[in-house]
Ligand binder design. Sequence first.
Ligand code: HPA
Length: 248
Amino acid sequence: MLAIIGGTGLTQLSNLEITHRQVMRTPYGEPSGALTFGLINQHEVIFIARHGYGHTLPPHLVNYRANMWALKEQGAKRIVSIASVGGIRDDLVPGTLVVPSQIVDYTHGRASTYFDARDQAVTHIDFTHPYSAALRSSLLKAGRLAGENLVDGGVYAATQGPRLETAAEINRYEGDGADMVGMTGMPEAALARELGLSYAAIAVVVNHAAGRGESSDGINLEKISAVAQPALARVRNIIERLVENDGE
Ligand code: HPA
């Protein structure tokens, strides 16, 4: 089954015919909210709002382990993450939708692994390619079917937040190879890999990163939701095409 993790501005999927909701407990605590089960054009999907349904959980307090665990326990095999980002690369202007291909992780202090029990054999995962190649292709195809020009690839810098970055930090991340910056991509992607789930993301560029373009003098926070709303309507369309074209 496909699961969708909705980010900022996406606390529900308007095209989801809800069948039921389920409150879950996991060995890692409670997920961000009840899992929402439903149908998109007859295909079953699970939805969860990463920041809670009332948008009250900041990125560093999201219980990523509980979210991913709960989705797996309920039968999710593939996870599509929707996440807003600031654009660093010149072409990643507000309103652009990107399917990122790589990650640099700058987060700290988050519970970021399931393999941390002292009596457990030391376990490493391969994370060379952090996103599922098959699910990335399916997303890109769904984008084409929806008439959207999804940007194929880019490096996602995951920052701790909740504050936005300084202009110098953005310059540093760009020097490290980053094309976009967001606060929720990690440890989510690594936890999916640890659980053997296919994981890919649609990054929604909602602002120029700090010090760049329109944000050269600061990031206009009011403008972000004005950019996000129409972009998220396009994302819903892409998700519909995804479930129609390779639903399980
Ligand atoms: N930085 C970090 N996270 C973000 C941004 C940003 O500029 N925009 C949306 N999420």
